[in-house]
Design a protein around this ligand. Structure first.
Ligand SMILES: Nc1ncnc2c1ncn2[C@@H]1O[C@H](COP(=O)(O)OP(=O)(O)OP(=O)(O)O)[C@@H](O)[C@H]1O
Ligand SMILES: [Mg+2]
Length: 452
């Protein structure tokens, strides 16, 4: 979809390269040759994305970032950094930049980052609007699974849904926490009110408070109008706090107070607003560990975890793998078949990325298999031969360095994936079920892949 993008850089050649690239992708581009001009442009129009250099003679990129985010928190900001100035890039990320681009950059890398960044906001917005008016297939039918572990969940779910207390859903990444959270809402007496999702890890800390509770005009610099928070938008519905383990401590205190008082104030306001929102939270972290370490408040934990719902990892769900494979085939390409051998191999694989990994794999297999049947040959090596994972035979008395071992495995997988895709990073990221962004961060963490 055509987006409005602002490019800010004092180097003319840089502006031109980016403008040509982005216009080719079908976007509407405005260019500014410095921070001052950019701040003006940001007052005049709303941009979906801002790409700014950090170091500029007049006003720097950090200022541009702050201003863009305060005018419209949904604007995605990418910063351009000269090689070796990681600190300012990190500062920018903390202030809400989506990602950074190292100079000199490859046009292809930039294209990928821009695409991913734009689609992440699209998903966020689509999700909000879709959820506010959800009239979907009966909630339970969407949750596929017949294994004893899953049956337990499916039996418990409606009982939990019709009761009032807060629910905390735990489970590894990709086990279906979000799917289940929606079902809890849809099966509850609140189903005609909104279901609103907040990803506690994705919103920068300094915006999260106003995002949750709203603010009034003038509450802080650039609070140009009153804004409702997600607590108010959720009304008498359900607020889904995803990745609750990432909620920063100061906000944990504020959230606890709201839950205890049943009321809150918009940032900068004195008026008290009553809340009647049910909180469903989710995490793939071990919050018990976080409690011990003091990074998650115990009092808040008990308020949120009144009704716990634990989702089993796919590798403990037996025949569910086969059932899900048939489900995804039916969903993506009903005409496609799968051979018994291929089914066997997929059923043996441990699926550490759970249903999400299986779903992505099925999408990929459907594309890769040109005929009408998915067979053994279409299945990638790492799924066919999962035994290549080094499992411990024993642990010596002097112990092992687990972090080192894990880093070593990670490096080998990153390298192998790049090898396999002849250095095409997007494909390599897909092979590892990583976002391009996360893949790139890992590469630079280990100093890999930038040698070409
Ligand atoms: N039981 C299931 N039946 C059908 N689809 C499922 C099931 N569980 C998960 N999925 C699908 O798998 C994908 C991942 O699920 P979801 O996003 O709910 O996982 P999650 O636990 O929230 O993961 P994360 O911790 O990474 O956010 C989604 O596309 C979802 O629809
Ligand atoms: Mg999730």
């Amino acid at each position: 979809m055509r987006k409005k993008i602002l490019i800010v850089d004092d180097e003319q050649s840089m502006r031109e390269v980016l403008a040509i690239l982005l216009e080719k992708e079908g976007h509407e581009v405005t260019s500014c040759e410095g921070g001052v001009a950019a701040l003006k442009a940001l007052q005049k129009a709303v941009f979906d994305m801002v790409i700014t250099d950090l170091k500029m003679p007049d006003v720097g990129g950090i200022e541009v970032l702050r201003s863009a985010k305060s005018v419209n928190p949904d604007t995605v900001v990418l910063v351009i950094t000269a090689f070796g100035t990681a600190e300012s890039a990190v500062e920018a990320m903390k202030l809400g930049a989506y990602d950074y681009i190292n100079k000199p950059f490859k046009v292809d890398d930039v294209r990928c980052i821009v695409k991913e960044a734009l689609s992440s906001t699209d998903q966020y917005q689509n999700k909000l609007s879709a959820e506010l008016s959800a009239h979907e297939k009966p909630a339970l039918q969407k949750i596929i699974g017949q294994s004893p572990a899953m049956r337990e969940v499916l039996e418990l779910l409606p009982k939990i849904a019709v009761s009032e207390p807060n629910v905390m859903i735990t489970g590894e990444s990709g086990t279906g926490k979000e799917l289940v959270a929606k079902a809890v809402h849809q099966l509850s007496p609140r189903s005609s009110a909104p279901f609103v999702t907040v990803n506690c890890g994705a919103i920068p800390e300094n915006l999260l408070e106003s995002e949750l509770f709203g603010h009034i005009k003038g509450a802080f610099t650039n609070a140009v109008a009153n804004k409702k928070g997600l607590f108010e938008i959720a009304g008498r519905g359900t607020l889904f706090l995803d990745e609750i383990g990432d909620l920063p401590l100061p906000l944990q205190v504020k959230l606890l107070r709201v839950l205890e008082d049943g009321a809150f104030r918009r940032v900068g306001d004195t008026e008290v607003i009553r809340v009647d929102v049910r909180i469903v939270s989710a995490t793939n972290k071990d919050l018990k560990e976080a409690l011990k370490e003091g990074t998650f408040r115990e009092d808040l934990y008990y308020r949120l975890n009144v009704l716990p719902l634990k989702l089993p990892p796919l590798r403990n769900r037996g025949d569910d793998v086969a059932v899900l494979i048939r489900h995804f085939l039916g969903k993506f390409k009903p005409a496609k078949k799968i051979s018994a051998e291929a089914m066997e191999i997929l059923s043996r694989y441990p699926w550490y990325g759970n249903v999400r990994e299986l779903e992505n794999t099925m999408e990929r297999l459907i594309v890769l298999s040109s005929g009408d049947t998915i067979t053994e040959e279409h299945i990638p090596d790492e799924i066919r031969m999962p035994d290549s994972l080094p499992l411990p035979q024993d642990i010596p008395a002097e112990g092992v360095n687990l972090d080192g071992i894990i880093e070593d495995i990670e490096k080998r997988y990153l390298t192998k994936a790049l090898e396999k895709t002849k250095g095409v990073k997007t494909d390599a990221a897909r092979l590892l079920n990583l976002s391009f962004r996360s893949f790139r961060h890992r590469l630079s963490k280990y100093d890999l892949g930038e040698k070409d």
